[in-house]
Design a protein around this ligand. Structure first.
Ligand SMILES: [Zn+2]
Ligand SMILES: [Zn+2]
Ligand SMILES: [Zn+2]
Length: 280
């Protein structure tokens, strides 16, 4: 009986130890699981944080995108303004050209004073000189250079000296329906009286005289420039070039000689100018 009790007690003790050991191992496992769960939780928090950051970045980008869209909208809204400016510039060119058709000088003045960029070639109007049909304004004609040559030519081919256009003349020799019949030359009036000032700039004797003096000055300058070049140049080269480029002092000016009035003392001994005074 005592033996059996002892045996049973031993079995209980064994079983308890086994139970204890298993409980211990279960506890260990549980701890590991808890650790894993905690690690998973940390990972979850981390990924939640990253998601949050990503969301924030996405929001920022969305904001940037909307700002960009706003800018594009603004640019698109501004586009009609650019178109309007282009329209205004086109209109300005048209006005300028229209003014120039009536009065070639106005184009000159506008271009010189305003320094606006010249109109693109596609929009440039075609010039046609009423005197020689050349592609230039009548007052830039070099075929008929002096006011007297131009008046003679105008009389010959019925060009009005007031508006500078080909016209039909009445029996007094006046352009019928001339748009500039009463317009006075700004260079002549009031220096001269109205009768003498009623002409187009191309036929102005004062401008003609100034033009010829300018041309003569240019030619003198060109001559002295060539002379100083040949003085300082190499003699051999100069000798070689001579057949092609004749001595400057005997060279005739490329343009028609000026037969008008010269300023005092400019005539010299060359006698190239057989002049008569231009009439107004
Ligand atoms: Zn011409
Ligand atoms: Zn006329
Ligand atoms: Zn004049």
């Amino acid at each position: 009986m005592q033996n059996e009790l002892n045996k049973s007690l031993g079995t209980v003790a064994d079983t308890s130890e086994t139970c204890y050991n298993e409980a211990q191992s279960l506890n260990d496992n549980l701890r590991t699981v808890i650790g894993d769960v905690k690690a998973t939780e940390r990972l979850f928090h981390k990924s939640a944080e990253e998601t949050h950051n990503l969301m924030k970045k996405a929001n920022d980008n969305a904001n940037k995108l909307s700002k960009l869209q706003e800018s594009i909208n603004r640019i698109e809204n501004a586009m009609p303004l650019a178109t309007t400016i282009t329209h205004i510039l086109n209109s300005l060119d048209a006005i300028q050209n229209n003014m120039a058709i009536g009065n070639p000088l106005s184009l000159d003045t506008l271009n010189h004073s305003a320094r606006r960029a010249p109109a693109p070639k596609s929009r440039a109007i075609q010039y046609s000189c009423a005197l020689c049909n050349g592609p230039h304004w009548i007052n830039e004609c070099e075929t008929y250079l002096t006011s007297q040559q131009r008046k003679d030519r105008a009389k010959e081919i019925n060009v009005c000296t007031r508006c500078g256009r080909a016209c039909t003349l009445d029996r007094h020799g006046n352009h019928i329906g001339c748009s500039r019949a009463d317009t006075l030359c700004s260079r002549c009036y009031p220096l001269r009286d109205k009768d003498e000032s009623n002409h187009h700039a191309a036929f102005c004797s004062i401008r003609s005289q100034e033009r010829m003096e300018r041309i003569e000055q240019d030619q003198l300058q060109e001559h002295s420039r060539k002379r100083s070049l040949s003085d300082s140049g190499h003699p051999e080269q100069e000798a070689k070039r001579e057949p092609l480029d004749p001595p400057v002092f005997d060279a005739r000016p490329p343009r028609q000689p000026y037969r008008g009035r010269h300023p005092r003392g400019s005539r010299g001994s060359r006698g190239a100018h057989r002049g008569h005074r231009p009439s107004a």
